[in-house]
Design a protein around this ligand. Structure first.
Ligand code: BV8
Length: 253
Protein backbone atom coordinates (compact mmCIF):
# COMPACT_ATOMS: atom_id res chain seq x y z
CA UNK A 1 0.00 0.00 0.00
CA UNK A 2 1.52 3.35 -0.94
CA UNK A 3 2.53 5.72 1.81
CA UNK A 4 -0.25 8.26 1.29
CA UNK A 5 -2.88 5.49 1.61
CA UNK A 6 -1.20 4.15 4.76
CA UNK A 7 -1.47 7.60 6.33
CA UNK A 8 -5.13 7.95 5.27
CA UNK A 9 -5.86 4.55 6.86
CA UNK A 10 -4.19 5.64 10.12
CA UNK A 11 -6.12 8.95 10.11
CA UNK A 12 -9.32 6.97 9.52
CA UNK A 13 -8.82 5.09 12.81
CA UNK A 14 -7.34 7.98 14.81
CA UNK A 15 -9.05 9.54 17.85
CA UNK A 16 -6.46 12.35 18.26
CA UNK A 17 -4.29 13.85 15.51
CA UNK A 18 -1.59 16.44 16.26
CA UNK A 19 -0.24 18.64 13.46
CA UNK A 20 3.19 20.05 14.42
CA UNK A 21 3.97 22.86 11.98
CA UNK A 22 6.89 25.16 11.18
CA UNK A 23 7.78 27.93 8.75
CA UNK A 24 7.42 25.65 5.71
CA UNK A 25 3.67 25.48 6.48
CA UNK A 26 3.35 29.18 5.57
CA UNK A 27 5.81 29.19 2.68
CA UNK A 28 3.09 28.83 0.02
CA UNK A 29 1.37 31.86 1.55
CA UNK A 30 4.47 33.81 0.54
CA UNK A 31 6.07 34.01 4.01
CA UNK A 32 9.81 33.32 3.84
CA UNK A 33 11.07 30.46 6.00
CA UNK A 34 14.09 30.93 8.27
CA UNK A 35 16.75 28.64 6.94
CA UNK A 36 16.17 28.49 3.24
CA UNK A 37 19.37 29.49 1.44
CA UNK A 38 19.61 33.17 0.54
CA UNK A 39 15.91 33.99 0.94
CA UNK A 40 15.51 32.59 4.45
CA UNK A 41 14.95 35.21 7.17
CA UNK A 42 18.04 34.10 9.12
CA UNK A 43 20.06 34.44 5.92
CA UNK A 44 19.26 38.15 5.76
CA UNK A 45 18.90 39.03 9.44
CA UNK A 46 20.85 38.00 12.52
CA UNK A 47 18.57 36.20 14.97
CA UNK A 48 20.92 37.05 17.83
CA UNK A 49 20.39 40.77 17.10
CA UNK A 50 16.68 40.67 16.37
CA UNK A 51 15.12 37.71 18.23
CA UNK A 52 16.73 37.99 21.71
CA UNK A 53 16.13 40.14 24.82
CA UNK A 54 19.69 41.46 24.48
CA UNK A 55 19.02 42.51 20.88
CA UNK A 56 15.90 44.41 21.96
CA UNK A 57 17.71 46.05 24.89
CA UNK A 58 20.54 47.14 22.55
CA UNK A 59 18.10 48.70 20.07
CA UNK A 60 14.33 48.55 20.72
CA UNK A 61 13.71 50.58 17.53
CA UNK A 62 15.58 48.13 15.29
CA UNK A 63 13.73 45.10 16.68
CA UNK A 64 10.34 46.86 16.77
CA UNK A 65 10.88 48.02 13.16
CA UNK A 66 11.75 44.51 12.03
CA UNK A 67 8.67 42.88 13.61
CA UNK A 68 6.47 45.67 12.33
CA UNK A 69 7.85 44.93 8.84
CA UNK A 70 7.13 41.19 9.26
CA UNK A 71 3.60 42.03 10.48
CA UNK A 72 3.26 44.00 7.22
CA UNK A 73 4.34 41.02 5.12
CA UNK A 74 1.92 38.73 6.95
CA UNK A 75 -0.91 41.26 6.53
CA UNK A 76 -0.40 41.13 2.73
CA UNK A 77 -0.90 37.34 2.63
CA UNK A 78 -3.37 34.72 3.84
CA UNK A 79 -3.62 31.04 4.84
CA UNK A 80 -3.55 28.54 1.96
CA UNK A 81 -5.26 25.23 1.11
CA UNK A 82 -2.91 23.37 3.48
CA UNK A 83 -4.00 25.45 6.48
CA UNK A 84 -7.64 24.96 5.45
CA UNK A 85 -7.18 21.20 5.07
CA UNK A 86 -6.05 20.93 8.72
CA UNK A 87 -9.19 22.83 9.75
CA UNK A 88 -11.36 20.56 7.58
CA UNK A 89 -9.74 17.49 9.16
CA UNK A 90 -11.67 18.39 12.33
CA UNK A 91 -14.85 17.22 10.55
CA UNK A 92 -13.33 13.76 9.95
CA UNK A 93 -11.33 13.03 13.12
CA UNK A 94 -12.69 13.29 16.71
CA UNK A 95 -9.90 15.67 17.82
CA UNK A 96 -7.22 17.66 15.97
CA UNK A 97 -4.66 19.80 17.83
CA UNK A 98 -2.31 22.11 15.91
CA UNK A 99 1.03 22.79 17.62
CA UNK A 100 2.81 25.54 15.68
CA UNK A 101 6.15 27.32 15.83
CA UNK A 102 4.70 29.96 13.51
CA UNK A 103 3.74 33.38 14.88
CA UNK A 104 1.60 34.42 11.86
CA UNK A 105 -1.76 33.28 13.27
CA UNK A 106 -2.74 31.57 9.99
CA UNK A 107 -3.99 28.31 11.54
CA UNK A 108 -6.69 30.04 13.56
CA UNK A 109 -7.46 32.32 10.61
CA UNK A 110 -8.00 29.18 8.49
CA UNK A 111 -10.48 27.81 11.04
CA UNK A 112 -8.48 25.42 13.20
CA UNK A 113 -10.18 25.45 16.62
CA UNK A 114 -7.35 24.17 18.84
CA UNK A 115 -4.02 25.87 18.09
CA UNK A 116 -1.05 25.88 20.50
CA UNK A 117 1.34 28.70 19.48
CA UNK A 118 4.52 27.56 21.28
CA UNK A 119 6.54 30.56 19.99
CA UNK A 120 3.82 33.16 20.51
CA UNK A 121 1.93 35.40 18.07
CA UNK A 122 3.18 38.52 16.22
CA UNK A 123 -0.25 40.19 16.47
CA UNK A 124 -0.13 40.23 20.32
CA UNK A 125 2.00 42.59 22.41
CA UNK A 126 3.36 42.91 25.96
CA UNK A 127 5.84 45.18 27.72
CA UNK A 128 9.50 44.28 27.99
CA UNK A 129 9.97 44.63 31.73
CA UNK A 130 6.84 43.04 33.20
CA UNK A 131 4.97 41.25 30.37
CA UNK A 132 1.93 43.53 30.85
CA UNK A 133 -0.38 42.75 27.89
CA UNK A 134 -0.63 45.91 25.74
CA UNK A 135 -3.10 46.80 22.94
CA UNK A 136 -1.26 48.24 19.91
CA UNK A 137 -3.13 49.60 16.89
CA UNK A 138 -0.11 50.79 15.03
CA UNK A 139 -0.07 50.68 11.22
CA UNK A 140 2.38 48.18 9.74
CA UNK A 141 5.29 49.46 7.62
CA UNK A 142 6.63 48.03 4.36
CA UNK A 143 10.23 48.77 5.30
CA UNK A 144 12.35 47.03 7.96
CA UNK A 145 13.81 50.38 9.11
CA UNK A 146 14.11 51.39 12.78
CA UNK A 147 10.82 52.40 14.42
CA UNK A 148 10.36 53.64 17.99
CA UNK A 149 8.17 51.19 19.91
CA UNK A 150 5.24 52.43 22.02
CA UNK A 151 5.58 52.32 25.83
CA UNK A 152 3.64 50.41 28.47
CA UNK A 153 0.84 52.54 30.00
CA UNK A 154 1.38 50.70 33.32
CA UNK A 155 5.16 50.60 33.84
CA UNK A 156 6.53 52.75 30.99
CA UNK A 157 8.83 50.04 29.62
CA UNK A 158 9.01 49.57 25.82
CA UNK A 159 6.44 47.31 24.15
CA UNK A 160 7.54 44.16 22.31
CA UNK A 161 5.77 41.49 20.25
CA UNK A 162 4.40 38.58 22.36
CA UNK A 163 6.71 36.07 20.69
CA UNK A 164 9.34 33.76 22.24
CA UNK A 165 12.88 34.93 21.64
CA UNK A 166 15.98 32.71 21.71
CA UNK A 167 17.01 32.03 25.30
CA UNK A 168 13.47 32.66 26.52
CA UNK A 169 11.26 29.99 28.01
CA UNK A 170 8.26 28.93 25.99
CA UNK A 171 4.82 29.89 27.43
CA UNK A 172 4.64 27.27 30.22
CA UNK A 173 1.04 26.12 29.95
CA UNK A 174 1.09 26.07 26.16
CA UNK A 175 4.19 23.88 25.92
CA UNK A 176 2.95 21.47 28.59
CA UNK A 177 -0.29 21.08 26.60
CA UNK A 178 1.78 20.49 23.43
CA UNK A 179 3.83 17.79 25.17
CA UNK A 180 0.70 16.12 26.59
CA UNK A 181 -1.03 16.11 23.19
CA UNK A 182 2.12 14.73 21.52
CA UNK A 183 2.25 11.91 24.08
CA UNK A 184 -1.45 11.06 23.56
CA UNK A 185 -1.94 11.34 19.78
CA UNK A 186 -2.49 8.40 17.39
CA UNK A 187 -1.02 10.25 14.39
CA UNK A 188 1.36 13.25 14.32
CA UNK A 189 1.70 15.20 11.08
CA UNK A 190 5.05 17.06 11.18
CA UNK A 191 4.72 19.77 8.53
CA UNK A 192 7.34 22.18 7.19
CA UNK A 193 9.89 22.26 9.96
CA UNK A 194 13.66 21.71 9.80
CA UNK A 195 13.59 20.33 13.36
CA UNK A 196 16.43 22.63 14.42
CA UNK A 197 14.80 24.57 17.26
CA UNK A 198 14.46 23.12 20.76
CA UNK A 199 12.36 22.20 22.63
CA UNK A 200 9.73 22.23 19.79
CA UNK A 201 11.83 19.79 17.73
CA UNK A 202 11.52 17.19 20.47
CA UNK A 203 7.73 16.83 20.20
CA UNK A 204 7.81 14.33 17.27
CA UNK A 205 10.11 12.14 19.37
CA UNK A 206 7.65 12.34 22.28
CA UNK A 207 4.88 11.18 19.91
CA UNK A 208 7.01 8.39 18.44
CA UNK A 209 8.03 7.12 21.89
CA UNK A 210 4.33 7.02 22.87
CA UNK A 211 3.55 4.77 19.86
CA UNK A 212 1.96 7.31 17.49
CA UNK A 213 2.47 7.08 13.72
CA UNK A 214 4.72 10.07 12.93
CA UNK A 215 4.34 11.38 9.38
CA UNK A 216 6.57 14.13 7.96
CA UNK A 217 5.40 16.44 5.17
CA UNK A 218 8.33 18.43 3.73
CA UNK A 219 9.70 19.42 0.34
CA UNK A 220 13.05 17.92 1.40
CA UNK A 221 14.40 15.71 4.21
CA UNK A 222 14.99 17.47 7.56
CA UNK A 223 16.69 16.79 10.89
CA UNK A 224 13.58 14.78 11.82
CA UNK A 225 13.24 12.56 8.75
CA UNK A 226 15.40 9.89 10.37
CA UNK A 227 12.90 9.53 13.22
CA UNK A 228 9.57 9.48 11.37
CA UNK A 229 7.53 6.44 10.20
CA UNK A 230 6.47 7.91 6.85
CA UNK A 231 8.03 10.77 4.84
CA UNK A 232 5.67 12.40 2.34
CA UNK A 233 7.85 14.60 0.11
CA UNK A 234 6.12 17.65 -1.30
CA UNK A 235 4.54 21.03 -0.44
CA UNK A 236 2.12 21.25 2.49
CA UNK A 237 -0.40 23.09 0.29
CA UNK A 238 -0.72 20.00 -1.94
CA UNK A 239 -0.18 17.01 0.37
CA UNK A 240 -2.49 18.04 3.24
CA UNK A 241 -5.53 18.69 0.96
CA UNK A 242 -4.81 15.35 -0.80
CA UNK A 243 -4.81 13.50 2.55
CA UNK A 244 -8.07 15.10 3.67
CA UNK A 245 -9.76 14.54 0.29
CA UNK A 246 -8.81 10.85 0.35
CA UNK A 247 -10.05 10.42 3.91
CA UNK A 248 -13.36 12.09 3.04
CA UNK A 249 -13.71 9.84 -0.04
CA UNK A 250 -12.93 6.77 2.10
CA UNK A 251 -15.65 7.81 4.59
CA UNK A 252 -18.26 8.39 1.86
CA UNK A 253 -17.66 4.90 0.32
C1 BV8 B 1 14.51 27.81 25.31
C2 BV8 B 1 9.71 33.31 17.37
C3 BV8 B 1 14.95 27.54 27.66
C4 BV8 B 1 10.37 34.63 17.09
C5 BV8 B 1 11.43 31.55 17.29
C6 BV8 B 1 19.16 22.38 23.20
C7 BV8 B 1 20.20 22.22 22.33
C8 BV8 B 1 20.69 23.35 21.63
C9 BV8 B 1 20.14 24.62 21.78
C10 BV8 B 1 19.11 24.74 22.63
C11 BV8 B 1 18.64 23.64 23.35
N1 BV8 B 1 17.62 24.09 24.10
C12 BV8 B 1 17.45 25.42 23.90
C13 BV8 B 1 18.35 25.82 23.00
C14 BV8 B 1 18.47 27.16 22.49
C15 BV8 B 1 17.48 27.48 21.37
C16 BV8 B 1 17.68 26.63 20.14
O1 BV8 B 1 16.95 25.68 19.87
N2 BV8 B 1 18.69 27.05 19.37
C17 BV8 B 1 18.92 26.37 18.05
C18 BV8 B 1 19.45 27.41 17.09
C19 BV8 B 1 19.84 25.21 18.20
N3 BV8 B 1 16.11 27.37 21.84
C20 BV8 B 1 15.62 28.43 22.52
O2 BV8 B 1 16.26 29.43 22.79
C21 BV8 B 1 14.18 28.31 22.98
N4 BV8 B 1 14.08 28.67 24.37
O3 BV8 B 1 14.94 26.73 25.03
O4 BV8 B 1 14.41 28.34 26.58
C22 BV8 B 1 16.40 27.66 27.56
C23 BV8 B 1 16.94 28.92 27.49
C24 BV8 B 1 18.33 29.00 27.37
C25 BV8 B 1 19.16 27.86 27.29
C26 BV8 B 1 18.54 26.62 27.41
C27 BV8 B 1 17.16 26.50 27.50
C28 BV8 B 1 13.28 29.33 22.23
C29 BV8 B 1 13.31 29.10 20.76
C30 BV8 B 1 12.24 29.96 20.06
C31 BV8 B 1 12.85 31.08 19.27
N5 BV8 B 1 11.81 31.81 18.53
N6 BV8 B 1 10.42 32.22 16.69
C32 BV8 B 1 10.39 34.97 15.61
O5 BV8 B 1 9.80 34.24 14.79
O6 BV8 B 1 10.98 36.02 15.32
S1 BV8 B 1 12.25 30.29 16.44
C33 BV8 B 1 11.75 30.48 14.76
O7 BV8 B 1 12.72 29.82 14.01
C34 BV8 B 1 10.45 29.80 14.39
O8 BV8 B 1 9.45 29.96 15.36
C35 BV8 B 1 10.87 28.35 14.25
O9 BV8 B 1 10.87 27.71 15.48
C36 BV8 B 1 12.32 28.49 13.82
C37 BV8 B 1 12.43 28.15 12.37
O10 BV8 B 1 12.37 26.76 12.27
P1 BV8 B 1 11.32 26.10 11.23
O11 BV8 B 1 9.95 26.60 11.52
O12 BV8 B 1 11.57 24.66 11.26
O13 BV8 B 1 11.74 26.78 9.83
P2 BV8 B 1 13.05 26.52 8.94
O14 BV8 B 1 13.16 27.67 8.03
O15 BV8 B 1 14.20 26.13 9.78
O16 BV8 B 1 12.65 25.22 8.08
C38 BV8 B 1 11.58 25.29 7.18
C39 BV8 B 1 11.31 23.86 6.73
O17 BV8 B 1 10.15 23.87 5.87
C40 BV8 B 1 12.46 23.25 5.91
O18 BV8 B 1 12.68 21.90 6.36
C41 BV8 B 1 11.95 23.26 4.47
O19 BV8 B 1 12.44 22.19 3.71
C42 BV8 B 1 10.44 23.12 4.70
N7 BV8 B 1 9.57 23.66 3.63
C43 BV8 B 1 9.81 24.75 2.86
N8 BV8 B 1 8.73 24.96 2.02
C44 BV8 B 1 7.81 23.99 2.32
C45 BV8 B 1 8.35 23.15 3.34
N9 BV8 B 1 7.68 22.10 3.85
C46 BV8 B 1 6.44 21.84 3.33
N10 BV8 B 1 5.84 22.61 2.36
C47 BV8 B 1 6.51 23.67 1.82
N11 BV8 B 1 5.92 24.40 0.86
Amino acid sequence: MEDLERVVEALDEAQLVVAATGAGMSKESGIATFREAQEGLWERYNPEELATRQGFQDSPARVWGWYNYRRGLIAQTAPHAGHRALAELEELVPQVIVVTQNIDGFHREAGSSTVLEVHGNIHRFKCFEQDHPVEVDEPVSDTDGDLEPPYCPQCGSPVRPDVVWFGEMLPAGVFQQAEAASGACDVMLVVGTSGMIQPAANLPLVASAAGAMVVEVNVEPSQLTHYVDIFLQGPAGEILPALVARLAARRSR
